[in-house]
Write a protein that binds this ligand. Structure first.
Ligand code: TUI
Length: 320
């Protein structure tokens, strides 16, 4: 059940991808997700090509299942990482924070499946024309760098405009969200925040605990004024950033303030001065558990929910 064009394209058991989060999505997390039947993804973030080559090699020692690398297009090392992805035989690349158009030909030549994250219908249509294999359509509920539209509104609009398969992302954390995404016409989901709160994720315990503690209104978007909006958990750092933004502090100063903040939260566990990138679904996440339990739990919950549609929602008239 839940076989789609995405499970076929990627040769995976369940149509569940793990977001390629900078610093957080290391080989440990990606291997665990792939071993559990999803698609684990190493987040390249701003790391150097050498670091990512090592991550890929370490992942291959832990699993022989398909996996991906996320190419963050704002990285100064993006070009070099494209080369590593092609030479190391990575089966899938996802991209974020920009238009990967100029790399499509090279990835195709090296048989790398390319799946960009898109925040709009126009970019989705353009990248389909350029020959990408599928799209991750991400709503503003997501953590990290985000677009403006919600998953609920954006996914069906993209689905209606493209023929290639769509993966929904942003605000998905359990079986209900998974099924909702399929109802919108997506053929898979990508989850980030849910996979941060796993035993295999290397993020500092304070980072995971902050997400588990978070309630519905505890995320905030900084950087709207600079054109680089980022969703993270509210803390001293986001409050300070917003204050400066309101005062009209120049872009360069705000950028400088951002430097090193993700590392501070992920590695040092500084949850007041660091940037705890996380999505709006944080309020739903109540525990830290192995990736396999999350993935199998989502599939079971989705199946149970389908039964609920068939039985309870027709007033119990159906005999199943
Ligand atoms: O990329 C993300 N999330 C990210 S990237 C990131 S960067 C970073 N920050 C601090 C430390 C280390 C790394 C943090 N979070 N998600 C995918 C995503 N892509 N969301 C939105 C987009 C996007 C935006 C504009 C994709 C394409 C796009 O195109 C603009 C254009 O050029 O047409």
């Amino acid at each position: 059940m839940f076989r789609t064009r995405i499970t076929q394209l990627l040769n995976i058991k369940y149509p569940i991808l793990q977001g390629g989060m900078a610093r957080v999505a290391t080989h440990e997390l990606a291997a665990a997700v792939s071993e559990a039947g999803g698609l684990g993804i190493i987040g390249a973030g701003n790391a150097s090509a050498e670091v990512i080559r090592e991550e890929i090699r370490k992942l291959k020692k832990l699993t022989d299942k398909p996996f991906g690398v996320n190419l963050m297009l704002l990285s100064p090392h993006a070009e070099d990482i494209v080369g590593i992805i092609c030479s190391e035989g990575v089966p899938v690349v996802t991209t974020g924070a920009g238009n990967p158009g100029k790399y499509v030909e090279k990835f195709k030549k090296h048989n790398v499946k390319i799946i960009p994250v898109v925040p709009t219908v126009s970019l989705a249509k353009r990248l389909e024309r350029e020959g990408v294999d599928a799209l991750i359509v991400e709503g503003t509920e997501a953590g990290g760098h985000i677009g403006e539209l919600t998953t609920m509104a954006l996914v069906p609009q993209v689905v209606d405009e493209v023929k290639i398969p769509v993966i929904a992302a942003g605000g998905i954390g359990d079986g209900r969200g998974f099924l909702a995404a399929l109802s919108l016409g997506a053929e898979g989901v990508q989850m980030g925040t849910r996979f941060v709160c796993t035993t295999e994720c290397i993020a500092h315990q304070n980072y995971k605990d902050a997400i588990v503690k978070a309630k519905d209104r505890d995320t905030y978007v900084t950087g709207r004024s600079t054109g680089y909006p980022v969703r993270a958990l509210k803390n001293k750092f986001t409050r300070h950033f917003i204050d400066l933004e309101k005062k009209g502090v120049p872009f360069e100063e705000l950028e400088a303030l951002n430097a090193g903040r993700l590392r501070l939260a992920v590695q040092e566990g500084d949850i007041e001065q660091g940037s705890i990138m996380a999505g709006q679904i944080s309020g739903l996440i109540k525990d830290i558990k192995p990736c396999r339990e999350i993935i199998e739990g989502i599939i079971k919950e989705a199946k149970d929910h389908l039964k609920y549609f068939e039985t309870t929602l027709d007033g119990g008239r159906s005999n199943g």
